[in-house]
Write a protein that binds this ligand. Structure first.
Ligand code: NI
Length: 167
């Protein structure tokens, strides 16, 4: 396994729309293992392939407290979305920034597992938020894009300052 570098907002590569995975094979499984390691190391509760500059529809999520429930979603598609919830979100691509985003309270998602088998999952609460946040990434959207333009500008300035400090 290997740690992968995470793209930082506003890197234009975060805006790419990821392609469907046409075949789940060993290279897919290797990428998923590396993504999981990268997410746990960060540490974070979700990571989309887009964030490690691989533009394929793959997401890893673990919202458990003891980091024991890795969930892998290949070609995830949202089905039913119900209700709404507003929660504070953060993102490994936008370190140090947290803000409120409105999401559906409950979602259903269809996806392939690591053997290429199709599943359907119904999720609510934090897992539902995380699924929506990560699928956004696959479509080239970062949570910051849901905020006001004023906030987006402030965040871009902050990120630019951080980049100068760490460069
Ligand atoms: Ni994110």
């Amino acid at each position: 396994m290997a740690l992968l570098p995470i793209l930082r907002f506003p890197d234009p590569r975060l805006k790419k729309v990821a392609a469907l995975v046409t075949k789940v094979d060993d290279s897919t499984r290797k990428l998923v293992a590396d993504m999981a390691e990268t997410m746990y190391e960060a540490p974070g509760i979700g990571l989309a392939a887009t964030q490690v500059d691989v533009h394929k529809r793959i997401v890893v999520i673990d919202v458990s407290e003891d980091k024991s429930e890795l969930r892998v979603f290949i070609n995830p598609t949202l089905g039913r979305c119900e209700g709404s919830q507003i929660g504070e979100e953060g993102c490994l691509s936008v370190p140090g920034i947290y803000d409120k985003v409105e999401r559906a309270e409950r979602v259903s998602v269809t996806y392939l597992d690591l053997d290429g088998k199709q599943h359907m999952l119904e999720a609510e609460g934090l897992l539902a938020v995380c699924i929506q946040h990560e699928i956004d990434h696959l479509n080239g959207t970062v949570f910051v894009d849901h905020l006001s333009l004023l906030k987006q500008t402030r965040i871009k300035n902050k990120m630019a300052k951080q980049a100068r400090v760490t460069a």
